[in-house]
Design a protein around this ligand. Structure first.
Ligand SMILES: [Mn+2]
Length: 424
Protein backbone atom coordinates (compact mmCIF):
# COMPACT_ATOMS: atom_id res chain seq x y z
CA UNK A 1 0.00 0.00 0.00
CA UNK A 2 0.98 3.64 -0.42
CA UNK A 3 0.03 6.86 1.27
CA UNK A 4 -1.42 9.27 -1.23
CA UNK A 5 -0.11 12.81 -1.29
CA UNK A 6 -3.58 14.22 -0.69
CA UNK A 7 -3.81 12.37 2.65
CA UNK A 8 -0.54 13.95 3.73
CA UNK A 9 -1.69 17.39 2.56
CA UNK A 10 -5.04 17.05 4.37
CA UNK A 11 -3.24 15.99 7.55
CA UNK A 12 -0.82 18.91 7.30
CA UNK A 13 -3.64 21.37 6.77
CA UNK A 14 -5.32 20.12 9.92
CA UNK A 15 -2.22 20.83 11.99
CA UNK A 16 -0.97 23.91 10.09
CA UNK A 17 -2.20 26.58 12.49
CA UNK A 18 -0.71 25.03 15.59
CA UNK A 19 2.52 24.23 13.74
CA UNK A 20 2.95 27.78 12.50
CA UNK A 21 2.50 29.17 15.98
CA UNK A 22 5.17 26.85 17.38
CA UNK A 23 7.50 27.43 14.44
CA UNK A 24 7.28 31.17 14.77
CA UNK A 25 8.23 30.94 18.46
CA UNK A 26 11.13 28.61 17.64
CA UNK A 27 12.40 30.94 14.92
CA UNK A 28 12.23 33.91 17.30
CA UNK A 29 14.32 32.14 19.92
CA UNK A 30 16.76 30.00 17.89
CA UNK A 31 19.41 32.01 16.09
CA UNK A 32 20.28 29.54 13.29
CA UNK A 33 16.81 28.01 12.81
CA UNK A 34 16.84 28.21 8.99
CA UNK A 35 20.20 26.51 8.62
CA UNK A 36 19.13 23.77 11.06
CA UNK A 37 15.94 23.11 9.05
CA UNK A 38 18.01 22.80 5.85
CA UNK A 39 20.34 20.23 7.44
CA UNK A 40 17.39 18.28 8.85
CA UNK A 41 15.82 18.00 5.39
CA UNK A 42 19.03 16.36 4.11
CA UNK A 43 19.55 13.96 7.02
CA UNK A 44 18.55 10.35 6.32
CA UNK A 45 18.52 7.38 8.69
CA UNK A 46 18.55 3.84 7.32
CA UNK A 47 15.94 1.37 8.50
CA UNK A 48 16.96 -2.25 9.08
CA UNK A 49 14.83 -4.86 7.37
CA UNK A 50 14.64 -6.86 10.62
CA UNK A 51 12.97 -4.07 12.60
CA UNK A 52 9.70 -4.24 10.65
CA UNK A 53 8.33 -7.17 12.61
CA UNK A 54 7.72 -7.31 16.34
CA UNK A 55 10.94 -8.34 18.02
CA UNK A 56 11.12 -11.40 20.17
CA UNK A 57 12.97 -12.24 23.35
CA UNK A 58 14.28 -15.63 24.39
CA UNK A 59 10.98 -16.07 26.22
CA UNK A 60 8.72 -15.60 23.25
CA UNK A 61 7.44 -13.44 20.48
CA UNK A 62 4.06 -11.77 20.16
CA UNK A 63 3.52 -10.72 16.57
CA UNK A 64 1.27 -7.76 15.92
CA UNK A 65 -0.18 -8.73 12.56
CA UNK A 66 0.37 -7.39 9.07
CA UNK A 67 4.12 -7.98 9.28
CA UNK A 68 5.99 -8.07 5.96
CA UNK A 69 6.22 -11.59 4.55
CA UNK A 70 9.04 -11.01 2.09
CA UNK A 71 11.62 -8.50 0.89
CA UNK A 72 9.12 -6.71 -1.36
CA UNK A 73 6.80 -6.08 1.60
CA UNK A 74 9.72 -4.92 3.75
CA UNK A 75 10.57 -2.34 1.09
CA UNK A 76 6.90 -1.36 1.01
CA UNK A 77 6.93 -0.78 4.79
CA UNK A 78 10.05 1.39 4.69
CA UNK A 79 8.52 3.25 1.73
CA UNK A 80 5.55 4.03 4.00
CA UNK A 81 7.85 5.29 6.74
CA UNK A 82 9.75 7.44 4.25
CA UNK A 83 6.53 8.88 2.84
CA UNK A 84 5.47 9.81 6.38
CA UNK A 85 8.76 11.43 7.47
CA UNK A 86 11.04 11.79 4.39
CA UNK A 87 13.97 10.94 6.69
CA UNK A 88 14.05 7.16 6.23
CA UNK A 89 15.35 6.98 2.67
CA UNK A 90 17.50 3.87 3.00
CA UNK A 91 17.15 0.18 3.82
CA UNK A 92 19.70 -2.13 5.38
CA UNK A 93 19.41 -5.80 4.46
CA UNK A 94 20.33 -8.93 6.33
CA UNK A 95 21.47 -12.01 4.44
CA UNK A 96 20.18 -14.75 4.35
CA UNK A 97 16.86 -13.29 5.62
CA UNK A 98 16.58 -10.92 2.63
CA UNK A 99 18.21 -12.64 -0.33
CA UNK A 100 17.11 -10.72 -3.45
CA UNK A 101 15.86 -13.31 -5.94
CA UNK A 102 15.79 -10.71 -8.68
CA UNK A 103 18.10 -7.80 -7.96
CA UNK A 104 16.90 -5.65 -10.89
CA UNK A 105 13.30 -5.91 -9.71
CA UNK A 106 14.24 -5.22 -6.05
CA UNK A 107 16.35 -2.20 -7.05
CA UNK A 108 13.50 -0.77 -9.11
CA UNK A 109 11.03 -1.29 -6.28
CA UNK A 110 13.33 0.48 -3.81
CA UNK A 111 13.81 3.37 -6.25
CA UNK A 112 10.01 3.72 -6.66
CA UNK A 113 9.85 4.13 -2.87
CA UNK A 114 12.69 6.66 -2.83
CA UNK A 115 15.04 4.26 -1.04
CA UNK A 116 18.70 3.39 -1.49
CA UNK A 117 20.50 0.35 -0.08
CA UNK A 118 22.53 1.04 3.02
CA UNK A 119 25.00 -1.40 4.61
CA UNK A 120 24.58 -5.12 3.98
CA UNK A 121 24.64 -7.37 7.05
CA UNK A 122 25.97 -10.90 7.22
CA UNK A 123 24.75 -13.52 9.65
CA UNK A 124 27.04 -16.07 11.22
CA UNK A 125 25.34 -15.95 14.61
CA UNK A 126 22.71 -18.56 13.71
CA UNK A 127 22.70 -21.84 11.86
CA UNK A 128 20.47 -21.82 8.79
CA UNK A 129 18.41 -24.82 7.68
CA UNK A 130 20.58 -27.08 5.50
CA UNK A 131 23.78 -25.38 6.64
CA UNK A 132 26.63 -27.86 6.55
CA UNK A 133 28.70 -26.79 9.58
CA UNK A 134 27.54 -25.24 12.85
CA UNK A 135 28.49 -21.86 14.35
CA UNK A 136 27.77 -23.11 17.86
CA UNK A 137 31.38 -22.43 18.88
CA UNK A 138 31.88 -19.35 16.76
CA UNK A 139 32.36 -18.50 13.09
CA UNK A 140 35.52 -16.61 12.15
CA UNK A 141 37.18 -17.48 15.47
CA UNK A 142 36.37 -21.19 15.21
CA UNK A 143 39.12 -23.73 15.87
CA UNK A 144 37.87 -25.63 12.80
CA UNK A 145 39.23 -24.19 9.55
CA UNK A 146 36.31 -25.46 7.46
CA UNK A 147 33.84 -23.56 9.66
CA UNK A 148 35.94 -20.40 9.37
CA UNK A 149 35.94 -20.81 5.59
CA UNK A 150 32.15 -21.25 5.52
CA UNK A 151 31.78 -17.94 7.39
CA UNK A 152 34.23 -16.18 5.05
CA UNK A 153 32.40 -17.50 1.97
CA UNK A 154 29.08 -16.32 3.41
CA UNK A 155 30.38 -12.77 3.92
CA UNK A 156 31.77 -12.69 0.39
CA UNK A 157 28.38 -13.81 -0.89
CA UNK A 158 26.76 -10.93 1.04
CA UNK A 159 29.13 -8.48 -0.67
CA UNK A 160 28.09 -9.95 -4.02
CA UNK A 161 24.38 -9.35 -3.28
CA UNK A 162 25.23 -5.83 -2.12
CA UNK A 163 27.04 -5.04 -5.36
CA UNK A 164 23.97 -6.16 -7.34
CA UNK A 165 21.78 -3.79 -5.31
CA UNK A 166 24.09 -0.78 -5.30
CA UNK A 167 25.03 -0.92 -1.61
CA UNK A 168 28.51 0.26 -0.65
CA UNK A 169 29.21 -1.19 2.76
CA UNK A 170 29.27 -4.41 4.76
CA UNK A 171 28.59 -4.58 8.48
CA UNK A 172 30.13 -7.55 10.22
CA UNK A 173 28.78 -8.34 13.65
CA UNK A 174 30.09 -11.54 15.13
CA UNK A 175 28.60 -13.26 18.14
CA UNK A 176 31.92 -15.11 18.53
CA UNK A 177 33.28 -15.44 22.02
CA UNK A 178 33.15 -17.83 24.93
CA UNK A 179 30.83 -18.62 27.81
CA UNK A 180 33.37 -19.99 30.28
CA UNK A 181 36.97 -19.31 31.30
CA UNK A 182 39.36 -21.65 29.54
CA UNK A 183 37.02 -22.28 26.60
CA UNK A 184 39.08 -20.16 24.21
CA UNK A 185 42.65 -19.15 23.67
CA UNK A 186 42.04 -15.38 23.33
CA UNK A 187 45.00 -14.76 21.02
CA UNK A 188 44.14 -17.65 18.73
CA UNK A 189 40.49 -16.49 18.57
CA UNK A 190 41.68 -12.97 17.68
CA UNK A 191 44.15 -14.18 15.04
CA UNK A 192 41.61 -16.51 13.41
CA UNK A 193 39.04 -13.70 13.34
CA UNK A 194 41.56 -11.24 11.94
CA UNK A 195 42.65 -13.53 9.12
CA UNK A 196 38.99 -14.24 8.24
CA UNK A 197 38.21 -10.54 8.19
CA UNK A 198 41.28 -9.98 5.99
CA UNK A 199 39.96 -12.43 3.39
CA UNK A 200 36.55 -10.73 3.44
CA UNK A 201 38.20 -7.31 3.23
CA UNK A 202 40.12 -8.44 0.16
CA UNK A 203 36.79 -9.15 -1.58
CA UNK A 204 35.45 -5.62 -0.97
CA UNK A 205 35.22 -3.30 -3.96
CA UNK A 206 37.47 -0.24 -3.63
CA UNK A 207 34.55 2.11 -3.09
CA UNK A 208 33.16 0.01 -0.23
CA UNK A 209 33.55 0.29 3.53
CA UNK A 210 33.66 -2.52 6.06
CA UNK A 211 32.11 -1.81 9.47
CA UNK A 212 33.37 -3.93 12.35
CA UNK A 213 30.67 -3.87 15.03
CA UNK A 214 31.49 -4.68 18.63
CA UNK A 215 29.36 -5.93 21.49
CA UNK A 216 30.30 -6.41 25.13
CA UNK A 217 28.36 -9.61 25.88
CA UNK A 218 25.46 -11.81 24.76
CA UNK A 219 25.06 -14.42 23.35
CA UNK A 220 28.44 -15.23 24.86
CA UNK A 221 28.70 -14.38 28.54
CA UNK A 222 32.38 -14.65 29.43
CA UNK A 223 34.27 -13.14 26.49
CA UNK A 224 33.39 -11.63 23.12
CA UNK A 225 35.98 -11.70 20.36
CA UNK A 226 35.03 -8.21 19.13
CA UNK A 227 33.94 -7.03 22.56
CA UNK A 228 34.59 -3.31 22.71
CA UNK A 229 35.70 -0.33 20.66
CA UNK A 230 39.37 -1.02 21.40
CA UNK A 231 39.17 -4.48 19.90
CA UNK A 232 37.13 -3.25 16.93
CA UNK A 233 39.63 -0.43 16.39
CA UNK A 234 42.47 -2.94 16.49
CA UNK A 235 40.85 -5.08 13.77
CA UNK A 236 39.92 -2.02 11.69
CA UNK A 237 43.45 -0.60 11.94
CA UNK A 238 45.05 -3.89 10.94
CA UNK A 239 42.60 -4.38 8.05
CA UNK A 240 43.22 -1.06 6.31
CA UNK A 241 41.62 2.19 5.25
CA UNK A 242 38.31 0.70 4.09
CA UNK A 243 37.65 -0.74 7.57
CA UNK A 244 35.95 1.22 10.34
CA UNK A 245 34.49 0.75 13.78
CA UNK A 246 30.71 0.72 14.08
CA UNK A 247 29.14 1.92 17.32
CA UNK A 248 25.86 0.33 18.41
CA UNK A 249 24.52 2.29 21.37
CA UNK A 250 23.26 -0.87 23.12
CA UNK A 251 26.53 -2.80 22.87
CA UNK A 252 28.43 -1.27 25.79
CA UNK A 253 28.83 -2.20 29.40
CA UNK A 254 26.59 -0.09 31.67
CA UNK A 255 27.51 3.60 32.01
CA UNK A 256 30.18 3.56 29.28
CA UNK A 257 30.99 7.08 28.08
CA UNK A 258 29.88 6.60 24.48
CA UNK A 259 30.29 10.27 23.56
CA UNK A 260 33.99 10.08 24.41
CA UNK A 261 34.40 6.86 22.39
CA UNK A 262 32.77 8.55 19.40
CA UNK A 263 34.93 11.64 19.72
CA UNK A 264 38.21 9.70 19.67
CA UNK A 265 37.19 7.35 16.85
CA UNK A 266 36.23 10.37 14.75
CA UNK A 267 39.56 12.02 15.54
CA UNK A 268 41.35 8.91 14.25
CA UNK A 269 39.18 8.72 11.11
CA UNK A 270 37.97 5.28 12.18
CA UNK A 271 34.33 5.91 13.05
CA UNK A 272 32.28 4.29 10.30
CA UNK A 273 28.72 4.40 11.45
CA UNK A 274 26.06 4.09 14.04
CA UNK A 275 23.36 1.75 15.18
CA UNK A 276 20.78 3.72 17.17
CA UNK A 277 18.62 2.29 19.94
CA UNK A 278 18.26 2.84 23.67
CA UNK A 279 18.63 0.73 26.76
CA UNK A 280 18.28 0.66 30.50
CA UNK A 281 20.27 -2.49 31.27
CA UNK A 282 22.01 -4.00 28.25
CA UNK A 283 21.25 -4.58 24.59
CA UNK A 284 17.58 -3.82 25.18
CA UNK A 285 16.72 -2.59 21.67
CA UNK A 286 14.39 0.09 23.04
CA UNK A 287 13.23 3.10 21.03
CA UNK A 288 16.05 5.59 20.47
CA UNK A 289 15.89 8.44 22.98
CA UNK A 290 13.23 6.76 25.13
CA UNK A 291 15.46 6.21 28.18
CA UNK A 292 18.54 8.44 27.94
CA UNK A 293 17.81 11.42 25.66
CA UNK A 294 20.57 13.54 27.24
CA UNK A 295 23.15 10.90 26.38
CA UNK A 296 21.86 10.84 22.80
CA UNK A 297 22.26 14.62 22.61
CA UNK A 298 25.80 14.46 24.06
CA UNK A 299 26.74 11.84 21.45
CA UNK A 300 25.38 13.98 18.63
CA UNK A 301 27.13 16.97 20.11
CA UNK A 302 30.48 15.16 19.73
CA UNK A 303 29.53 13.87 16.29
CA UNK A 304 28.69 17.31 14.92
CA UNK A 305 31.75 18.90 16.53
CA UNK A 306 34.04 16.12 15.30
CA UNK A 307 32.60 16.00 11.78
CA UNK A 308 32.78 19.78 11.41
CA UNK A 309 36.41 19.74 12.59
CA UNK A 310 37.16 17.42 9.66
CA UNK A 311 34.88 19.11 7.13
CA UNK A 312 32.74 15.97 6.82
CA UNK A 313 29.29 15.78 5.26
CA UNK A 314 26.84 15.12 8.11
CA UNK A 315 24.49 13.04 6.00
CA UNK A 316 26.80 10.92 3.85
CA UNK A 317 30.18 10.52 5.53
CA UNK A 318 29.00 8.24 8.34
CA UNK A 319 26.50 5.38 8.19
CA UNK A 320 23.35 6.21 10.20
CA UNK A 321 21.09 3.34 11.01
CA UNK A 322 18.54 2.24 13.56
CA UNK A 323 19.16 -1.18 15.06
CA UNK A 324 16.27 -1.98 17.33
CA UNK A 325 13.52 -4.50 17.27
CA UNK A 326 11.28 -4.13 20.23
CA UNK A 327 8.71 -6.61 21.47
CA UNK A 328 5.59 -4.63 22.42
CA UNK A 329 5.09 -1.61 20.14
CA UNK A 330 3.87 -1.50 16.57
CA UNK A 331 7.27 -1.69 14.83
CA UNK A 332 6.45 1.06 12.32
CA UNK A 333 5.30 3.48 15.01
CA UNK A 334 8.41 2.61 16.99
CA UNK A 335 10.64 3.41 14.01
CA UNK A 336 8.86 6.74 13.45
CA UNK A 337 9.54 7.62 17.09
CA UNK A 338 13.18 6.58 16.79
CA UNK A 339 13.81 8.69 13.70
CA UNK A 340 12.13 11.65 15.42
CA UNK A 341 14.38 11.25 18.49
CA UNK A 342 17.49 11.10 16.28
CA UNK A 343 16.49 14.25 14.40
CA UNK A 344 15.77 16.11 17.65
CA UNK A 345 19.19 15.20 19.08
CA UNK A 346 20.88 16.14 15.79
CA UNK A 347 19.03 19.48 15.64
CA UNK A 348 19.99 20.28 19.22
CA UNK A 349 23.63 19.45 18.52
CA UNK A 350 23.52 21.94 15.64
CA UNK A 351 22.42 24.64 18.11
CA UNK A 352 25.37 24.28 20.49
CA UNK A 353 27.29 27.54 20.75
CA UNK A 354 30.72 26.05 19.99
CA UNK A 355 32.61 29.32 20.43
CA UNK A 356 31.16 29.92 23.90
CA UNK A 357 31.75 26.30 24.90
CA UNK A 358 35.35 26.46 23.75
CA UNK A 359 35.84 29.68 25.70
CA UNK A 360 34.38 28.09 28.84
CA UNK A 361 36.65 25.07 28.39
CA UNK A 362 39.75 27.23 27.95
CA UNK A 363 38.87 29.17 31.12
CA UNK A 364 38.09 26.01 33.12
CA UNK A 365 34.62 27.48 33.60
CA UNK A 366 32.90 24.20 34.40
CA UNK A 367 29.59 25.80 35.41
CA UNK A 368 29.33 27.77 32.17
CA UNK A 369 30.20 24.69 30.07
CA UNK A 370 27.43 22.69 31.75
CA UNK A 371 24.95 25.55 31.27
CA UNK A 372 25.71 25.81 27.57
CA UNK A 373 25.07 22.11 26.99
CA UNK A 374 22.01 21.87 29.21
CA UNK A 375 20.42 25.05 27.83
CA UNK A 376 20.88 23.59 24.36
CA UNK A 377 19.44 20.22 25.36
CA UNK A 378 16.40 21.88 26.91
CA UNK A 379 15.63 23.90 23.80
CA UNK A 380 12.45 22.67 22.13
CA UNK A 381 13.39 22.00 18.49
CA UNK A 382 10.37 19.88 17.60
CA UNK A 383 8.85 22.62 15.45
CA UNK A 384 12.06 22.77 13.37
CA UNK A 385 11.97 19.01 12.85
CA UNK A 386 8.30 19.20 11.82
CA UNK A 387 9.02 22.12 9.48
CA UNK A 388 11.81 20.12 7.79
CA UNK A 389 9.31 17.32 7.21
CA UNK A 390 6.73 19.75 5.82
CA UNK A 391 9.25 21.22 3.37
CA UNK A 392 10.29 17.73 2.24
CA UNK A 393 6.67 16.79 1.53
CA UNK A 394 6.11 14.59 4.58
CA UNK A 395 3.66 14.69 7.49
CA UNK A 396 3.79 17.20 10.35
CA UNK A 397 2.94 14.40 12.79
CA UNK A 398 3.82 11.01 11.27
CA UNK A 399 2.57 8.82 14.14
CA UNK A 400 -0.78 10.65 14.16
CA UNK A 401 -1.18 10.15 10.41
CA UNK A 402 -0.11 6.50 10.66
CA UNK A 403 -2.98 6.00 13.11
CA UNK A 404 -5.66 8.16 11.50
CA UNK A 405 -4.98 6.67 8.05
CA UNK A 406 -5.35 3.21 9.67
CA UNK A 407 -2.17 1.95 8.04
CA UNK A 408 -1.69 -1.05 10.34
CA UNK A 409 -5.31 -2.09 9.82
CA UNK A 410 -4.78 -2.02 6.05
CA UNK A 411 -1.54 -3.99 6.30
CA UNK A 412 -3.33 -6.65 8.38
CA UNK A 413 -6.14 -6.74 5.82
CA UNK A 414 -3.67 -7.19 2.96
CA UNK A 415 -1.24 -9.57 4.63
CA UNK A 416 -3.15 -11.30 7.39
CA UNK A 417 -3.11 -11.16 11.18
CA UNK A 418 -0.71 -14.07 11.66
CA UNK A 419 2.27 -13.05 9.55
CA UNK A 420 5.72 -13.15 11.10
CA UNK A 421 8.61 -11.24 9.51
CA UNK A 422 12.08 -12.76 9.39
CA UNK A 423 14.34 -11.36 12.05
CA UNK A 424 15.15 -11.82 15.69
MN1 LIG B 1 23.83 -3.38 15.82
Amino acid sequence: MHIEKYSIDAHNELFAKEHNRRLSFAKDTIRNAESVIGKLVDFQVAIPSWALGTGGTRFGRFSGGGEPRNLEEKIEDIGLLHALNKSSGAISLHIPWDIPENATHIKALAAQNGLRFDAMNSNTFQDQPNQELSYKFGSLQNVNKAIRQQAIDHNIEVIKYGIELGSDSLTVWLSDGSCFPGQLNFREAFQNTLSGLQEIYAALPDSWKMFVEYKAFEPNFYSTTVGDWGQSYLYASKLGKKAYTLVDLGHHLPNANIEQIVSLLLMEGKLGGFHFNDSKYGDDDLTTGSIKPYQLFLIFNELVEGMDAKGMNHNTDLGWMIDASHNVKDPLEDLLQSVEAILIAYAQALLTDRKALREAQQNNDVVRAQEILQDTFRTDVRALVAEARLRAGAALNPVELFRSAKIREQLIKNRGAKTVATGL
